[in-house]
Design a protein around this ligand. Structure first.
Ligand code: NAD
Length: 295
């Protein structure tokens, strides 16, 4: 069992720490929120006074932070975690951040003789609590193999997507496709309603025809056909509009760095931006259908 430093104990990091402890690891935990640290202590972690202290003497450090700016600050700038880690330590960043920062921080880690992977997740808070997250990892084969058994204590699927940054790249490509698919399903059902179609009839046919996709069959944005979808619960999240907007912006940023053409991604970003700005950022992202129907 490993000595692990864990930094970023929010909605995702908190339950991930609890699962590491349940699996027998020792966790030294830090967050700038004292309440988050107290919750981690209640689940069996020891409290560290800052990021560097959480990383002292550990074999593995894991971060689960809001954005690239925080990851850079913790590893290289304010906390200088990469400088306090003992040589040979393994570094795992599970935050969803921009591909450029992910690659830069891994280069900095390798300069110091440390192996590091980017390992963003899907599965949300429920997956973090249940230990059923999907991890998509970027980095060397050696770093991935060392990280895999640790990630398996917090998730059920652990994929090696490629070199440094590939985990973040998969994550933004996936969520770009998902956002566009959710808008396409919403437009189809909104048009169907205006044409006088019965929602269930449209679902029964389309879900076995060529427009079939996860956004329709598992997460249908209209109430009724998929009883577990947030549409049946007044669009309570789930995966929020704010989170989808964050990931769409990361996808747009990544597209700009490699001159990739993402016209529907641009439009999806504008739609989610407008919907979030109208005060809907905490709703589930499938509520975008309301932006389309105007209701
Ligand atoms: P959160 O805001 O609940 O948690 C982030 C934590 O980081 C907070 O507790 C905050 O105080 C802490 N933090 C910020 N700066 C810090 C610093 N310098 N040092 C130490 N702690 C610091 O966010 P979350 O929902 O737990 O998400 C974390 C990451 O996971 C994000 O990148 C998010 O995009 C990604 N993610 C979230 C979900 C989800 O459903 N919540 C799903 C997939 C991926």
């Amino acid at each position: 069992m490993a000595k692990i430093g864990f930094i970023g104990l929010g909605n995702m990091g908190g339950p991930m720490v609890a699962n590491l402890i349940a699996a027998g690891h020792t966790v030294s935990a830090f967050d700038i929120s004292v309440d988050a640290v107290a919750r981690a202590e209640a689940s069996g972690a020891s409290a560290a006074s800052n990021g560097a202290a959480a990383a002292e003497g550990v074999e593995v450090v894991i971060t689960m932070l809001p954005a690239g700016v925080h990851v850079r600050s913790v590893y290289i700038e304010d906390d200088g975690v990469l400088d306090v880690l003992e040589s040979g330590a393994l570094v795992i960043d599970c935050s969803t951040i921009d591909v450029t920062t992910a690659r830069d921080v891994i280069v900095e880690a390798e300069k110091r003789g440390l192996e590091m992977i980017d390992a963003p997740v899907s599965g949300g808070i429920g997956g973090a609590q249940a230990g059923t997250l999907t991890f998509m990892c970027g980095g060397t084969e050696s770093a991935f193999q060392r990280a895999e058994p640790i990630l398996e204590t917090m998730g059920k699927n652990v994929f090696h997507a490629g070199d440094a940054g590939a985990g973040q790249a998969v994550k933004v490509c996936n969520n770009l496709m998902l956002a566009i698919q959710m808008i396409s399903v919403s437009e189809g059902f909104a048009l169907g309603e205006k044409l006088g179609l019965d929602t269930q009839a449209l679902f029964d046919i389309a879900s076995t025809a060529t427009s079939q996709c996860w956004a329709m069959t598992s997460y249908c944005p209209v109430p009724g056909p998929v009883p577990t979808s947030p549409a049946n619960n007044n669009y309570q999240a789930g995966f929020t509009v704010a989170m989808m907007l964050k990931d769409l912006k990361l996808a747009q940023e990544a597209a700009a760095t490699v001159d990739a053409n993402t016209p529907l991604g641009t439009q999806a970003t504008e739609m989610y931006d407008a919907y979030a700005a109208a005060g809907n950022e905490d709703l589930d992202f499938s509520a975008i259908i309301r932006q389309i129907t105007g209701r």
